[in-house]
Write a protein that binds this ligand. Structure first.
Ligand code: FAD
Ligand code: SF4
Ligand code: SF4
Ligand code: FES
Length: 489
């Protein structure tokens, strides 16, 4: 039986209010329409209590008066709270003075400070370009909500900062942009070794690397068609055929591809010849990190590199390319992007497959997701289950990813929109067009309606999740049944 949640009665700004035990003073004040300023609080995340801006004055049952942070102080029977007493205003003024001395140029801090009568910082300014107030909203949204755990605090004292592990380009970031969206100061730091792609970032990538007509759902493209090659790949074998042809024609000398390792597990490897490329054909429905391989190759002096990846990896690859081009203007990156609706975590997929399908995922010869079904083929026998039933094994973060067709690739390859054993191809840049030159394949039209339907479904799923962080108008959701991932027309 569920324990009954008791209500307590307290007074906020001389008005009595009832609130559920366990709620914070901040939440109780909100129900009364009392505005308390906050910087590190978000209702969708755990409380952190670092900015202290939500300070209020309380008098407890023993008559003791003190200042507490209202976002994490629980309501209590008989508590008296003042949200705008002289002491409260003075406390917030000192805090904003300190925040302004840390981030003197940040508009939001300047605005709040001015509200409390602080025109200029009275403490010394260590770095006038600092724009992070260490509120931890980004680290919490990435860990608690998105589930990527790409960033955290590092160092201590005055050196404390938010960063990806070891200050290296993150392998875990999926480039969803949640951290940047929630950041109250729009800190540049979040764009150093992680890859949030918000609208302005997307525009920069499109302008710098892509060419064609822009479509809100499918991105930039200069051509779209269905194709079947003589390679027996996952679908029409286009990804492998493009890589083979590109390497044979010297467009790149190294290609980052994904090979199975033990069982169904997979890892990114560098293919330096056609055999290695062909060995990697076939989809492994896992999220495979590959960005450290890209930076390693550049560090080793490689300048003509190809990469095949899911949209999250490609978002990161583009941001890394932008960051490295200054130092290495001769870097030529060819990106073959795979469509992706979701990926799985190997261990969780293994457990789910054993329990729900009675198979060992490590013994599969091939997996395919089509028409909302996950099909595992073992020794010629197909074992089928609805993708939805495997949702617990889905990689964390996919629910925040809004790109089906790999919008930032030079050329995208998937299966939605074409019949079985055909690839759907979207050309997005001169590099993509060049890759196609001389390639032999059977061509047909794409069912664009089907493609747009699933692309918008994925987009609206992400938008709905983002609404937990940034309130926005949620579009009406297309029904899942009519939008089975990777549905073949
Ligand atoms: C996790 C995931 C989810 C996908 N979801 C969809 C979907 O919802 N709808 C859709 O139309 N298509 C989806 N695809 C793409 C589709 O499964 C095929 O990969 C694509 O159509 C290319 O087929 P092909 O015959 O041209 O590939 P092939 O010629 O067989 O080549 C496949 C290439 O993919 C690479 N690869 C395999 N696994 C991975 C991986 N995990 N990460 C990065 N690269 C990998 C290999 O290195 C190889 O180069 C998904 C792919 C992945 C990896
Ligand atoms: S972009 Fe998304 S995944 Fe990357 S650090 Fe920010 S919240 Fe985490
Ligand atoms: S849906 Fe695909 S592209 Fe997006 S985060 Fe998941 S694995 Fe990456
Ligand atoms: S909002 Fe309460 S401490 Fe920051």
């Amino acid at each position: 039986m569920e324990a009954e949640i008791r209500e307590v009665t307290l007074k906020i700004d001389d008005k009595e209010v009832k609130a559920k035990e366990g709620t914070s003073i901040l939440q109780a004040a909100k129900t009364m329409g009392i505005d308390i300023p906050t910087l590190c609080y978000h209702k969708a995340l755990s409380t952190f209590g670092s900015c202290r801006l939500c300070s209020v004055e309380i008098i407890d049952k023993t008559g003791r008066k003190r200042i507490v942070t209202s976002c994490n102080y629980p309501v209590q029977e008989g508590l008296t709270v003042y949200t705008k007493s002289e002491k409260v205003i003075k406390t917030r003024r000192v805090l904003l003075d300190l925040l302004l001395s840390r981030c003197p140029k940040v508009p939001k801090i300047k605005e709040l400070a001015l509200e409390y009568g602080v025109q200029a910082p009275s403490f010394s300014v260590a770095n006038e370009n600092e724009d992070c107030i260490l509120c931890g909203l980004c680290t919490r949204v990435c860990g608690e909500l998105v589930g990527a755990h790409a960033i955290d605090f590092a160092k201590s004292g005055v050196e404390r900062e938010v960063t990806a592990p070891y200050h290296e380009f993150s392998n875990d970031c999926i480039g969803c942009g949640a951290c940047a969206l929630i950041c109250p100061t729009n800190s540049r730091r979040l764009r150093i070794n992680t890859y949030p792609v918000l609208e302005e970032d997307a525009k920069k990538i499109n302008d710098q690397f892509l060419k064609g007509t822009f479509d809100e759902n499918l991105g930039v493209s200069s051509g779209m068609f269905g194709a079947k090659t003589n390679i027996k790949g996952q679908d029409g074998g286009m990804a492998t055929a493009l890589l083979v042809s590109g390497m044979q024609r010297g467009l790149f000398d190294s290609a980052i591809v994904v090979q199975r390792t033990e069982g169904y597990n997979a890892e990114a490897v560098v293919a330096e010849n056609v055999d290695d490329i062909v060995k990697a054909k076939g989809t492994k429905y896992l999220r495979v990190h590959m960005l450290s391989l890209l930076t390693d190759l550049v560090a080793k002096g490689k300048r003509k590199i190809a990469l095949v990846g899911t949209p999250c990896e490609v978002r990161g690859a583009r941001k890394i390319q932008q960051a490295l081009l200054g130092e290495h203007p001769d870097l030529q990156l060819t990106i073959i992007g795979l469509f992706c609706f979701e990926a799985f975590n190997h261990d969780e997929l293994k457990e789910a497959a054993q329990k729900l399908m009675n198979i060992d995922i490590d013994s599969v010869d091939k997996t395919q997701i089509t028409k909302g079904k996950f099909i595992a083929t073992i020794n010629g026998t197909d074992h089928t289950i609805s993708v939805r039933e495997l949702s617990a094994a889905q990689t964390h973060g996919c629910e925040f990813c809004d790109d089906l067709t790999n919008k930032f690739a030079d050329i995208s390859v998937g299966s939605v929109g074409t019949p079985d054993s055909f690839s759907t191809v979207i050309v997005r840049s001169d590099i993509g067009s060049k890759l196609l030159e001389g390639l032999e394949y059977t061509k047909l039209d794409v069912n664009k309606e089907e493609l747009i339907k699933i692309a918008t479904f994925k987009k609206s799923r992400a938008k709905k999740n983002f609404a937990k962080i940034v309130p926005s108008e949620i579009p009406s959701q297309p029904s899942v049944a009519s939008c089975s991932p990777t549905a073949k027309s």
